[in-house]
Design a protein around this ligand. Structure first.
Ligand SMILES: *Cc1c(COP(=O)(O)O)cnc(C)c1O
Length: 317
């Protein structure tokens, strides 16, 4: 596993530069903004990208990926996102990995963006035979931003040696040489490493399975509470993420109104939609079930006390 000084996107780009040669066929299955971003990165590095796009709120359907791989010859790389942070959908990476393994020895390399799931939703890389997993310090790993992580399987390392796109700062081979000696080729974000060491200690003190279970419980509580308030979830519930809940903006409300009121009256910061009419409540990492209750109570208070017709009087942005 390599530690790179970069935000998560740097980890995605590093993966693309080390695994793609100009003109390579790269299949990207995506169901939201972050999945699409990885396709854009692959395209920027000269890949011939085959898009399989799924509607926002829905998950990647592994059998559609399988059918496409049967038709397309010589796909070098398959890219997918584990937890699609723009829509609150978690993809079935185990099923996708199985589909890819069925193509045998000549199968494409399978790389997964696990930036907003790593440390919160289980993704046993070796067991599932995923070739590349990308993570970042600032999501469920609850450290400040500044570090990206890329883990590679033996097959992925072979592919890195073969790929011919230019690279320097992101060169995995020189990073690997240094990693063996506990070093990095360039100045690492040392302060973030200290913070990460502490946040990993917190996670490991609880235990990984307890951490995964806590996220499951938090996700379920959030979704149940949202529905109880009469609000609608954006992601299809069978694929709903345990690290983030996307809520549809109720009729008569603008997304910024809810975000503004949560912040002004309750000091709660939630995300807006990136391209979709939703608010996104993150509940990954340093979050408890009590925090979820506080957010639900705040949402209830705002919805009850701001009848839509009077709303503009209260909003004085
Ligand atoms: C946050 C996020 C990214 C981008 O990470 P940055 O650190 O902002 O570069 C990429 N993919 C997913 C799934 C994310 O949640």
């Amino acid at each position: 596993m390599l530690i790179l000084t970069a935000s998560g996107t740097g980890g995605l780009e590093a993966t693309a530069t080390n695994l793609i040669s100009h003109g390579d066929k790269v299949l990207v299955a995506h169901c939201g903004v972050f999945g699409k971003r990885w396709a854009d990165i692959a395209e920027a590095f000269g890949a011939k990208v085959i898009h399989i796009e799924f509607p926002p709120g829905k998950a990647i359907a592994p059998q559609i990926v399988r059918d496409k791989l049967r038709v397309e010859r010589n796909v070098k790389l398959v890219l997918a996102t584990h937890n699609e942070t723009s829509t609150g959908v978690v993809n079935d990476i185990a099923a996708l990995a199985k589909v890819i393994q069925a193509f045998g020895k000549a199968r494409p390399i399978f790389a997964v963006d696990a930036i907003s799931s790593l440390g919160a939703i289980n993704l046993p890389m070796d067991e599932l035979q995923i070739d590349v997993v990308v993570g970042a310090s600032q999501k469920a790993l609850m450290a400040p931003p500044g570090l990206a992580f890329v883990a590679l399987s033996p097959r992925a390392w072979t592919a890195v040696k073969r790929a011919s796109n230019p690279r320097f700062y992101w060169d995995f081979l020189s990073a690997q040489e240094c990693a063996i000696e506990n070093k990095t080729p360039f100045t690492p974000a040392i302060t973030v490493l200290y913070a990460l060491s502490e946040s990993l200690r917190l996670i490991l003190d609880d235990g990984l399975s307890a951490t995964f279970a806590r996220h499951k419980q938090i996700g379920a509580k959030m979704r149940a509470g949202v529905k109880q308030l009469g609000l609608k979830l954006f992601a299809e519930e069978s694929w709903a993420s345990d690290t983030l809940t996307a809520i549809q903006i109720p009729d008569g409300w603008q997304e910024n109104d809810l975000i503004y009121e949560l912040r002004r009256r309750h000091s709660i910061v939630v995300g807006g939609g990136i391209g979709y009419p939703i608010i996104r409540v993150g509940h990954m990492g340093y979050v408890t079930i009590e925090d979820v209750e506080i957010v639900l109570k705040a949402l209830e208070e705002i919805l009850m006390n701001y009848p839509v017709e009077n709303r503009n009087e209260f909003l004085d942005i």
